[in-house]
Design a protein around this ligand. Structure first.
Ligand code: ARG
Length: 528
């Protein structure tokens, strides 16, 4: 190995950025970045409003399939992960220069609507009333009451059934009622999205959008020779998915009663996204329970020839949110915890933490300051706790852990940012006016410098593998490297030129943290 290592180093041309490589032990090759290379890179980074991070070349037309709750159900803890993770993907891809279309594939069609429409028509016959009902945001109550009527009254049940038939036949009045139910839900989702800092330019393109394209899906699968009739259902037999008896599993696209299903709709959606939206990459994220669904309809779409080689289909499954008992997170009454309640609690707890800290530091702040900080830190903590997990595993939801100022948490990261801002405040420094000559002398400066320069690689990884955890880990380690540097190297008290150079390192750290957190969907605060 040593001989090979020698040959390699003889033929390597790294002189632009490395000291001559040395060979160690049985044949390891050690590289040491040149200080002046690091200094020059940092100087460029400092002068760039993108921190020197290049945009993708060529940029792609990307679709991110956004959190897509089913209409009229109140958002619960199960909707947290798709919202938080989908938002992070969209932000990273957008920052890298891709053209991102955010589509919400809401479940806005099918039998449950009969019940809701029948109830809306009965309880709020006047459209204005319906608007009022939604304004109070009581989507959950609406659903519960409709369900109660449905379970208790045979006539109501029949009305609901009729409503579905009429809906599918395109009855104008029923369509209008359906539209009102959808609007009501979307307004209530938006309230939560706003709280979660979720993009405002999500395009609502629910399942119903694809209704007109469903018959052609079945016809074209038939033309492609993939369609098989089985027990009255039209289906495609899958490759690599077998039942207990080792026979291939069918994917049903047209039910015996003539209805289409979730899979048919996703096939129509993928075709539309590729042909009409010109998507070159489609990113989906759902709970891992839907993994088979995605593998299956991807396979069928590919075998039907609807997915050109140039189009990348990315599926990013995620695990469940568990309570501290290790089971799916539930409220005391055994239901899924409403998302609003969960977020309210995060904010309330953060507020208590902030108040306690202010008291300890003998600081007084306005109520407005405390509340704003509590909202930003509390929501940030919930999001960070999610994104910093291995996406595919289940994770345990713990307020105590996610609000801990000392762990790998949003409060820790936000605090690191605030700490740097504190330096500029106490020294009366305007970071943007700094002369940008960086000089690295101490070991901890070099270490920090090397970390600062890795953000672009990290973002490429997040974009390729769709793993937000990489960005979280990077930001966490960066804050640690910063803290080590700050403990060892005086900044404001240092002599020039070290003083300015170190201030630049502080500024670069703060800007990297701010950018990284914003790509996670978390806003920084200037003070905390
Ligand atoms: N509405 C679905 C659900 O609540 C999620 C949709 C995911 N996207 C998709 N294209 N199938 O489970």
């Amino acid at each position: 190995p040593r001989v090979i290592a020698t040959k390699i180093t003889e033929n390597l041309n790294v002189a632009d950025f490395c000291e001559p490589p040395s060979i160690a032990g049985p044949g390891f090759i050690n590289f040491k970045l040149k200080s002046d290379y690091l200094e020059q890179q940092l100087t460029e980074m400092h002068g760039s409003d993108r921190l020197g991070i290049a945009t993708a070349n060529p940029p792609k037309q990307v679709i991110v399939d956004y959190p897509s709750p089913n209409i009229a159900k109140e958002m619960h803890v199960g909707h947290l992960r798709p919202a938080v993770i989908g938002e992070c993907f969209a932000r990273v891809l957008e920052f890298l220069g891709h053209d991102v279309l955010k589509l919400s594939h809401v479940g806005d069609w099918g039998t449950p609507f009969g019940m809701l429409i029948a109830y809306l028509q009965e309880a709020y016959p006047d459209p204005k009333d319906a608007a009022e009902a939604s304004m109070s945001g009581n989507l959950a109550t609406f659903y519960r009451q409709a369900k109660k009527r449905f379970d208790a009254d045979e006539t109501f049940k029949e009305n609901a059934r009729q409503a579905v038939v009429k809906l599918q036949a395109g009855d104008k009045e029923v369509l209008e009622a359906w539209e009102r139910v959808c609007q009501l839900s979307k307004r209530s989702y938006r309230k939560i999205y706003d709280l979660l800092n979720i993009a405002e330019d999500i395009v609502d393109r629910g399942e119903s959008f694809y209704n007109p394209f469903l018959p052609a899906i079945v016809e074209d699968l038939d033309k492609a020779g993939l369609l098989v009739e089985d027990d009255g259902a039209k289906c495609v037999f899958l490759e690599g998915f077998n039942n207990k008896d080792d026979d291939p599993l069918p994917m049903i696209v047209h039910k015996p009663n003539g209805g289409y299903n979730y899979a048919t709709t996703d096939l129509a959606a993928i075709r539309y996204r590729i042909n009409e939206d010109k998507a070159e990459r489609i990113v989906y994220t759902t709970d891992a329970g839907q993994s088979n669904h995605f593998a299956q309809f991807f396979q069928v779409a590919r075998r039907a020839g609807w997915v050109p080689e140039t189009v990348e289909l990315s599926y990013a499954p995620f695990g469940l949110v568990l309570g501290e008992n290790g089971k799916r997170l539930k409220s005391r009454s055994g239901e899924a915890v409403p998302l609003q309640a969960l977020l309210d609690e995060a904010i309330a707890r953060t507020r208590l933490d902030i108040e306690a800290r202010l008291e300890k530091e003998e600081r007084t702040e306005s109520d407005d300051f405390i509340q704003t900080a509590a909202e930003k830190v509390g929501i940030g903590a919930v999001k960070y706790a999610d994104l910093s997990q291995n996406r595919v595993s289940d994770y345990t939801f713990s307020f105590d852990r996610m609000l801990d100022l000392k762990g790998n948490t949003a409060p820790y990261m936000l605090y690191a940012y605030v700490r740097v801002q504190g330096i500029s405040r106490s020294g009366g420094i305007d970071f943007s006016q700094l002369d940008t000559t960086v000089k690295l002398t101490e070991e901890s400066e070099v270490t920090l410098a090397k970390y600062l320069l890795q953000m672009d690689v990290v973002l490429d990884e997040v974009s390729a593998a769709l793993l937000p955890i990489r960005l979280c880990q990077y930001l966490f380690e960066l804050s640690q490297k910063f803290n080590q540097f700050y403990d060892r190297c005086p900044v404001l008290k240092a002599e020039e030129p070290a003083r300015t150079s170190r201030l630049v390192l502080c500024d670069l750290t703060a800007r990297t943290l701010k950018l990284g957190l914003s790509l996670l969907g978390i806003d920084v605060l200037e003070r905390m």
